[in-house]
Ligand binder design. Structure first.
Ligand code: UD1
Length: 421
């Protein structure tokens, strides 16, 4: 198992380029199951989760090929296996996104329940309720969700009880091949929903309202192939900006989708750094200012993403003053707290959704354990700031979501090494 060895204390400086978005790539890969012609996708990030989704598509029978420019072409006409097995779904919850497309196109599907997760119970009730409203018959047997709709899906009026990104995406995909019109109310407004809708439109789907809380889909008989370039990863960009702020560095990130990061950039400015946007480049300069503790309250888009909560906590750990971190999206998303404390941070959990952070002047290197994807990146930020060496164990979590992280941080001046143990 690999681990990262980080010798902290150096400010991040230099230029880098954002990678393609993981959370956009995964639903778009699932959406290829709807297309009756091959779909070519470029700018997919080279990540473990993307490989898992490609593996799942191949298990279902899709033909996946890679061209010389590293774009992936997926032909799902050969799909004959309609069962998404436990071994792949347990590795990555987003595998559940094949449910809607397979059901809509083939009238039948079996997908393993995603099961437990390090950041809360994460049910899928909203996905299932919506598909039932669209005419699916659903049962759960032996840990698998079986859904059938012999006469195809019917458009329906679906009001989500909670705002769910994956639920909205599953229903959106299913609705493109349903008979009639589907209206999704209380839909997620995240950029990754908008991107999925854009890609589906390229395939010929009729979708309006994405990016608002009501999405309308007019179903059709079949979708075509398309060529689509995945946009940049706003969480990766946010993570590197926070890391630069924590190390009092100065970095530029190109191809950085600033239009999706308003709340994050405003919050970073509250900490003290100078943040400038020019076209698709974001420049953060934290060399002259001290960092001010800033309260963090996660929320659905356009609020501060829960996927940056742990990283902002790491920044607060080395900022002046006391801050409160409130996690509103997931319960039990504070697994990083105990590990940050091992680095010398002063963090107290008030309850399952609130933590208080008292900034300290210095963190000190220590062995720590990554527990989930974003928690790992907060430990990395702590390690970049800390004096001495930090060993981050179980970094396969980081590899799920950050492309070539040690290489990219290395270019920005970090002393970071991957070792196999
Ligand atoms: C996606 C992102 C993840 C991000 C999360 C919230 C991907 C691959 N993952 O996850 O990185 O942290 O959005 O922005 O894009 N819920 C229910 N019932 C359901 C579905 C969800 O109660 O049927 C609840 C969840 O428990 C959670 C909240 O809704 O409390 C939001 O979850 P959701 O938006 O569905 O997250 P994911 O799509 O799994």
């Amino acid at each position: 198992m690999d681990k990262l060895l980080v010798r902290g204390g150096e400010p991040l400086k230099g230029e880098t380029k954002a990678s393609g978005s993981k959370n956009s790539s995964l639903p778009i890969l699932a959406a290829t199951l709807l297309a009756s012609k091959p779909v070519r996708l470029s700018n997919l990030p080279h990540l473990r989760d993307v490989t898992t989704m490609l593996e799942l598509l191949a298990v279902l029978g899709a033909r996946v090929s890679l061209d010389e420019s590293l774009a992936v072409t997926i032909d799902t006409n050969s799909v004959s296996n309609l069962k998404a097995p436990y071994d792949l779904v347990r590795k990555m919850r987003a595998s559940f996104l094949v449910l809607g497309p397979l059901l809509a196109r083939h009238g039948r599907v079996e997908v393993s329940l995603p099961g437990g997760c390090a950041i809360g119970t994460r049910p899928v009730d909203q996905h299932l309720k919506a598909l039932e409203l669209m005419g699916a018959t659903i049962s759960i047997v032996n840990g698998y969700v079986t859904a059938t709709c012999e006469r195809g899906l019917e458009g329906a009026h679906v009001a989500m009880d909670v705002v769910t990104v994956g639920g909205t995406q599953n229903v959106l995909m299913a609705a493109t091949l349903a008979r009639g019109t589907t209206v999704i109310e209380n839909a997620a407004q995240e950029p990754e929903v908008v991107e999925l809708a854009s890609c589906l439109r390229e395939m010929g789907a009729s979708i309006t309202g994405d990016g608002s809380s009501t999405i309308t889909v007019d179903g059709c008989n079949q979708l075509q192939g398309c060529s689509y370039r995945v946009k940049s990863d706003r969480i990766e960009v946010g993570t590197y900006l926070i890391a630069a702020a924590a190390t009092r560095g100065h970095i530029c990130i190109h191809d950085a989708c600033p239009e999706t990061l308003d709340a994050v950039l405003d919050t970073l400015r509250d900490f003290g750094p100078d943040v400038q946007v020019s076209g698709s480049t974001i420049e953060l300069d934290a060399r002259t200012n001290s960092s001010r503790a800033t309260d963090i309250f996660t929320a659905v888009y356009p609020g501060i993403p829960t996927d940056l909560q742990a990283q902002f906590m790491a920044l607060n750990c080395v900022s002046e003053g006391v801050s409160q971190i409130t996690e509103t999206i997931f319960e039990n998303r504070f697994m990083h707290v105990q590990e940050l404390v091992r680095l010398g941070a002063d963090v107290r959990l008030m309850d399952a959704r609130t933590a208080t952070v008292k900034g300290v002047s210095q963190l000190r290197g220590a062995p720590v354990m990554a527990t989930d994807l974003r928690a790992s990146s907060s430990l990395l930020i702590g390690a970049l700031v800390a004096t001495g060496e930090t060993a981050i164990n179980r970094i396969y979590h980081i590899d799920r979501g950050y492309e070539r992280i040690e290489e990219k941080l290395g270019w920005l001046g970090a002393d970071i090494r991957r070792v196999s143990v």
